[in-house]
Design a protein around this ligand. Sequence first.
Ligand SMILES: [Cu+2]
Length: 311
Amino acid sequence: MPEPITEQGQRVLALWQGSWVAAFAVGLLVWGLIVWSIIFHRKRSEQLPPQVRYNMPIEALYTVLPIVVIAVLFYFTARDQTYLLETDEQADANVEVVAFQWSWEFNYLDQSKAEAAEAAGGDEDAEPEILFSEVGTPDQMPTLVLREGDVVHFDLHSPDVIHSFWIPAFAFKMDVVPGHDNEFQVKVNEGTAGTYMGRCAELCGADHTRMLFQVEVMEPEEYDAWYAEQQEAAEAEQAEQAAAEEAGAEAGAEGGEPQGDAEAQGEGEQAGDSGAAGADEEAQGQEASEGGQDGDAAARDEESEDEEAGR
Ligand SMILES: [Cu+2]
């Protein structure tokens, strides 16, 4: 039996094993009664056995017993489900899982979505900050990195169809549903450092079978080093972007003059359109400065003017 690597997974395994024990106990009783009847009530003579009907105690017993069996199974299932879906404990790490056709994106967040909404005074649209990301493709599976001993909170999100986030070593999976964000959290056990597999468990299209990912559980020191490295890389990338935007702004300021030329109205319109699209893109990007936006739009204007001139 695979050993689950989370506290929650061990609970799932215990429920599964307990259900099998109960099922085997009932099975042994039934098989035993069958064998006993076959052996001790086999035909011994031509004499007809006593004919009976309406044995009330027996009928009551075989109505009540299955209800008891189901009630017991239901109790443990409901108890464990409540435990598995609990997200009250403060998490050490927050990961947004975006499942798309056909791979995964893991966004490491500064807080969970629920916490961000709460911090914004109950605003459901409030988004936590993305510290860094890992995006996979069907050819290049992404890796989800976790730390031993961490409580990890997962926010599940899908932009297209229903997927299912399944890490067999968690003994747990949860659907990733478009338009309805799901969440759960686990406590990763100590001494579980290693590499595990993850997959999509919901038939979601042609490349469903290629929706694989790796889960790497690291020891604390190793994880902290990796984490700092990721954050540094993300910051460097942001700085690079900001520098590129600044350069764009300068180029825009230099090329500002010729725009006064009302030579062709169509040209102006075209340039305006692409400028607006540029501004849109910028607005989606993180923390684009006002100057950057204007500069970028101006730079695009200049570009399309150059295109026109070249024809
Ligand atoms: Cu899928």
